[in-house]
Design a protein around this ligand. Sequence first.
Ligand code: PLP
Length: 463
Amino acid sequence: MNMITNHLPTAELQALDSAHHMHPFTAGAELARKGARIITRAKGVTLTDSDGNQILDAMAGLWCVNIGYGWDSIAEVAARQMRELPYYNTFFQTSHVPVIALSQKLAELAPGDLNHVFYASGGSDANDTNVRLVRHYWAAKGKPTKKTIISRMNAYHGSTMAGASLGGMTGMHAQGGLPIPDIVHIGQPDWYSEGGEMSPEEFGLMRARELEAKIAELGEDNVAAFIAEPIQGAGGVIIPPESYWPEIQKICDAHEILLIADEVICGFGRTGKMFGSLTYDIRPHIMTVAKGLSSGYAPIGASIVCDEVANTVGEAGDFNHGYTYSGHPVSCAVALENLRILEEKKMVENVASVTGPYLKERWEQLADHPLVGEAKIKGFMASLAMTPNKAARAPFEAPKGTVGLIARGHCFGGNLIMRHVGDRMIIAPPLILSRSDVDVLIERAVKALDLTLAEIKDKGLYK
Ligand SMILES: *Cc1c(COP(=O)(O)O)cnc(C)c1O
């Protein structure tokens, strides 16, 4: 049977989709006028849509399909687990084999004494767990005033009430009464947009020291934790200056606060090591993981917690928190098989020393394009900042995101998935990307940039 044509015609699917399906982060009415692009299947790094187009997915879905699409063994593991034990909870002093095996595996992979895993269904609710966990920890230590969590502007930590509050997306805070109390934000280490005349290293130090200043302003007795992504993902792949993380770590070491590394994107190989914390020598008390944990084959997220926090909370009686699907057996089995494949096929090594260096070389050459002010990359996360004036790193006169959206359209049109964040273009491809995939990616990216430049010149947006 032909899998491409074995469904309703695209237009009918689009009409049904807009009639009954509310899309996340989307203007529904506008999408209804255009019709969604319908993805029907995927293999390796390539998506197929309902019209038979073959699209290179340089975003790995939503930064999550680390091992790539189409691994049969995962489907087999999931089917076997569904037959054996499709569901059981872990609330009332019960456990099961997949959750035990995955927890052991994560404790082995995670650095330092991050030996204890609390499960969620994704990254957002894992960060909700973290908010309650760190406050409960300090209360158990007899310091109930230590409640405030410091995060960063333009951070992304999910879309639940706590996740979006921890995040620093003003567009999200503007809807639904956010942020919730006792969450504050400091500046982000985005040198390109905010560094002005400073060197990247000076700017990185300055932004790190905002943490010190914020702790002083709030009083250390009131601060529970600092949370940050090693590299901001949804904020536009903001790769911090090299001076940033060592200074943050120093400040965290000097104060009695917990450090939470949100590894939802950086985890499981994306930066060229198993975790972003290893790439930047960060020593967190808690890591948030999701996305690459299962490569998106099943929903799962987790908080990986250090001995001190887990033991203290464990001694303090019931932790009144949990999700029906915490440690879901099918998701755990899928995650384990995903991690087995990631290791067996040496995908982290591919990022670090095989395809990674070649992607870096080719990506950085994109900075020569007249539209590109900066081309930055770490592992398999990369960004292009588009500008009408490279020397000044100037933004466009058109509202932020206008040019980005045009560029995304040309990428889509050329069968390349690149995302735009404002006027930055970003990629986070599957970790199995090969050299020849890189050639295709770069060729399509250049074509999209050329078409974008021509269109914005046409429209008078390039001056
Ligand atoms: C995607 C993301 C989340 C939220 O994860 P969900 O699975 O969408 O809930 C949290 N933190 C970071 C850094 C993310 O990129």
